[in-house]
Design a protein around this ligand. Structure first.
Ligand code: ADP
Ligand code: MG
Length: 363
């Protein structure tokens, strides 16, 4: 049973300044102090919050108040559908069905899921495997779902177990073909070599793309802190998306100013402060390097990616975190529709040229 946290948000506290949406902030803060505020009473959004994909989801709907209820119902149906098809935590989901097959045994998936998997594999190729959804066994081994802020409550896996799980990781273990025999508009998916799928790094972006298709009035969706915006702000001012300061997660490093969200824009952040444990003074976080089997260590504390493509922004934020700033900036040259901002361990910030036009550092 889902827990409905708030049905309608009126005037909210605004610890991050007027109109600023925290791009990445832990659930409790987002709920108690979601720093979104629109202009006058007539501009107040219809808002609801819930838990999907194991994370806090906040949605704000603008436009006609009379239709907001039915829009909420539609959005919830979309999010439920996505969760039921791609969540590894739901035993009957399409992804779980694939994961539960034996090596080489195929599963049939709907066209949309087949296309999503193809897109993920393509991003894996372009990012040299730093983003890789065949990382499932490692994610399970590291117990990523339960990585908590409780220092010392957990231990890290044994090196030999990491080595074993690592052998199953590799996007070439994922075979995706258009179904040829039945003539159905679907795909056949096969996993080889004991690989397991985990779509945790793209689920939010995929949901954003679905909301983009469905929304017919301005909307702001925050999923675990990553943000999707479509349409113009009713008071005509730009949208502002806050980027959490990894060195002080109760504060913002700055904000991304979006004057024209148009048909939809996504701001995805991957950071080492979201889910982690500290063991013997070392921080182990939830973004794994598929080449080593350990949490990525690339000198980066967070990466924020802005793109009109939700899956791309989500996948790239994860990949760029693993790659680090130097290699990451080179990769970004290949993507027309992706701008990025890296906050490094030495507290410096590196960003692409076009991001400079959007970024406002906190004074
Ligand atoms: P968040 O989900 O916190 O926004 P990300 O989008 O970076 O962060 O996704 C991290 C999640 O993706 C992890 O919780 C795990 O399930 C999975 N994951 C971790 N490392 C990788 C990786 N290198 N490639 C693909 N998926 C990953
Ligand atoms: Mg991601």
């Amino acid at each position: 049973m889902k827990n409905i946290i708030a049905k309608r948000v009126n005037k909210l506290k605004k610890p991050f300044g007027r109109g600023l949406i925290p791009a990445l902030i832990i659930g409790a803060v987002l709920l108690s102090g979601c720093a979104y505020e629109s202009g006058g009473a007539a501009d107040e959004p219809y808002a609801f919050s819930d838990i999907y994909f194991g994370t806090v989801v906040n949605i704000r709907l603008y436009g006609e108040e009379e239709t907001a209820d039915s829009r909420e119902t539609r959005i919830r149906a979309i999010l439920d559908d996505i969760e039921n098809s791609i969540s590894r935590r739901i035993p009957e989901s399409g992804i779980s069905v694939i994961n539960n097959k034996r090596d080489g045994e195929y599963s049939e998936v709907p066209k949309e899921i087949g296309e999503l998997l193809l897109k993920c594999r393509d991003i894996s190729e372009k990012t040299e495997g730093t983003f890789d959804i065949t990382i499932g066994r490692l994610v399970t081994l590291w117990n990523i779902d339960e990585l908590s802020l409780k220092d010392g409550a957990q231990s890290i896996p044994a090196p030999s177990d990491i080595e074993e799980a690592l052998k199953t990781v590799g996007y070439y273990n994922l075979i995706i073909n258009k179904t040829s025999l039945t003539g159905a508009d679907s795909y056949e998916v096969i996993l080889n070599n004991g690989a397991g799928l985990d779509l945790g790094a793209v689920g939010k972006g995929y949901a954003f793309d679905k909301l983009k298709e469905a929304a017919d009035a301005p909307i702001v969706a925050s999923l675990g802190g990553s943000i999707f915006i479509k349409g113009d702000k009713p008071d005509g001012t730009p949208w502002r998306v806050g980027v959490v300061d990894p060195f002080d997660t109760s504060d913002m490093a700055g904000s991304i100013v979006i004057a024209d969200a148009g048909e939809g824009i996504c701001v995805s952040t991957s950071g080492d402060y979201e889910r982690y444990i500290t063991v013997d003074g070392v921080r182990y976080h939830h973004i794994l390097d598929p080449h080593t089997g350990y949490p990525a260590k690339s000198g980066v504390r967070s990466v924020t990616v802005v793109s009109h493509d939700g899956v791309l922004s989500d996948a790239l934020s994860t990949a760029l975190f693993v790659m680090g700033a130097d290699e990451g900036m080179r990769l970004l040259d290949e993507y027309e529709d992706a701008e990025a901002l890296f906050i490094l361990e030495d507290d410096s910030i590196i960003m692409t040229e076009r991001m400079k036009a959007l970024w406002q550092e906190k004074q």
